[in-house]
Design a protein. Structure first.
Length: 140
């Protein structure tokens, strides 16, 4: 368990840690962005739009917006993220981009629009429609 998981308010001054073997080489987390080789993923999103696929190596990043959120009666949250369906995502590393959430994190089910793949991951409870999510993936 990380310090930002125990005390979510620390996200205001400390980025959530990365599992470095899941992300492209030279990926650095900031408070609300990712830098890959010194290039801001948020700047690429502003310039190119979403969905965005960044990286041409074995490990890369997809960025998309949360398209829907369904809060279930059993406290389960389902999110649909607008990213391509055909990539091998490392869902456990999904992270909110573009804002710093003070909300505690919890388990959510995330999936692509066609729901052909998805998983349970941990994201801030206040993740909402319109939020940007970055998800690393591995190319075959």
């Amino acid at each position: 368990m990380t310090l930002t998981a125990v005390l979510p308010s620390f996200r205001q001054s400390l980025p959530d840690p990365l599992q470095h073997d899941a992300w492209p080489p030279d990926t650095i987390a900031t408070l609300d962005d990712l830098l890959v080789g010194g290039v801001s993923i948020l700047a690429d999103v502003q310039r190119i739009g979403v969905p965005l696929v960044h990286g041409d190596g074995v490990r890369a990043i997809a960025v998309g917006r949360v398209l829907s959120r369904i809060d279930g009666l059993d406290d389960r949250v389902d999110l649909t993220v607008g990213v391509p369906d055909d990539l091998a995502y490392v869902w456990s590393e999904a992270r909110v981009m573009g804002r710093i959430s003070p909300s505690p994190a919890g388990g959510v089910r995330v999936s692509t629009p066609s729901r052909c793949q998805g998983a349970i991951t941990v994201l801030p409870h206040d993740t909402a429609v319109g939020d940007l999510l970055a998800i690393p993936f591995v190319r075959a």
